[in-house]
Design a protein around this ligand. Structure first.
Ligand code: MG
Length: 334
């Protein structure tokens, strides 16, 4: 956060007064992009274009609370009150592109017969949904529990109905060591406004869930830890570099990991059920069933909530930086 703290010494009393923190109004962020991404960014700000001549400047734009400068070096400078927020939107796009590349080129070789080993798997849900939290789960499935879970029908949550998963989740929880983390919307919005990308948020939650499971295992070690991949290994560890505890030993990253070991499928089910339950709970609070995803039905529902309860209520149950918010406010003001 951008606070300046001023200490004033009073000579008469000899005490030190702590002045109220003063919020800095200026902030700035620099991001490095690839060339094709730069074109996209310039197109996005075309209507705010301003002429600025300077060394290496390719394009400049001025918005109410931000100025944007694009350099020939493919660096982009965001300046002004909303600079960090604006930069984080683009950072997120960058992360998504990185993870798409990962899908196309899976460069890590996986151990043989991974599916039959003792593995902690982790997965998340709720990242693409406007309403509701992000949930992350990690589950340890030792080799002698694999059959039990497979017979139960544990597989990727995307292939199962919510009702089926609600039935399965307690059985998985009863039989396996697990950790479940729910990041409420208020917290999500706070860290997002600080400039954290979804990639960073996910990495921190996965790392934390894995460390919880390892702690509960009391010194017992899994053969491997398998993370359903959303970023490259480098990016993942960069996101969590300042954490006290960083889980590194025998960590594997793979896309579609729920198909590689039942522990990831089990984690996807626990995360999904927690998400669905939280959505029900939030829906009960506002008296409207909350749709999943980020489509037009979400906009309509959000506009009703905005009109009825105001901005704060909507913000506290949504991922506020999503493009939906602007559409919702427009609909609500019609
Ligand atoms: Mg996943």
């Amino acid at each position: 956060m951008f606070y300046e703290i001023l200490f004033l010494a009073s000579s008469k009393t000899g005490t030190i007064k702590l002045m109220k923190p003063r919020r800095k109004t200026m902030s700035q962020s620099v991001l490095q992009f690839e060339k094709n991404f730069i074109q996209q960014l310039i197109k996005h700000y075309e209507q705010y274009k301003v002429e600025r001549n300077g060394n290496g400047i390719l394009f400049a734009a001025k918005l109410p609370n931000i100025s944007i400068t694009v350099y020939h070096s493919n660096k982009v400078l965001f300046q002004g009150k909303d600079a960090n927020l604006e930069a984080s939107k683009w950072q997120q796009g960058k992360d998504e592109i990185t993870s798409k590349k990962v899908t196309n080129a899976m460069n890590e070789t996986l151990p043989k017969r991974l599916e039959s080993l003792s593995v902690i798997g982790s997965d998340e849900t709720g990242t693409g949904d406007y309403f509701g939290p992000i949930t992350v789960a990690a589950v340890f499935v030792p080799s002698d529990k694999i059959e039990l879970l497979t017979k139960l029908g544990v597989q990727d949550s995307k292939t199962l109905t919510d009702a089926k998963m609600v039935e399965m989740a307690p059985i998985i929880k009863k039989n396996c060591i697990y950790s479940l983390l729910v990041l409420p919307n208020e917290k999500y919005n706070t860290v997002q406004e600080k400039g954290w990308s979804q990639g960073k948020i996910k990495a921190l939650l996965h790392n934390k869930a894995l460390s919880h499971v390892l702690r509960k295992m009391n010194g017992q070690k899994p053969d491997y830890i398998l993370i359903d991949q959303f970023a490259t290994r480098d990016v993942y560890y960069r996101h969590i570099q300042n954490e006290k505890e960083i889980i590194r030993e025998n960590v594997l990253f793979a896309t579609k990991a729920e198909q590689l070991h039942v522990s990831v499928a089990a984690a996807s089910i626990i995360a999904r059920v927690a998400f669905v339950e939280k959505m029900d709970e939030l829906g009960d609070k506002v008296g409207i069933e909350l749709p999943k995803g980020a489509g037009s039905q979400v906009d309509e529902t959000a506009a009703i909530i905005y009109k009825k309860f105001g901005e704060t209520t909507l913000k506290n149950i949504s991922k506020w930086h999503f493009a939906n918010t602007n559409k919702v406010i427009k609909i609500a003001r019609k």
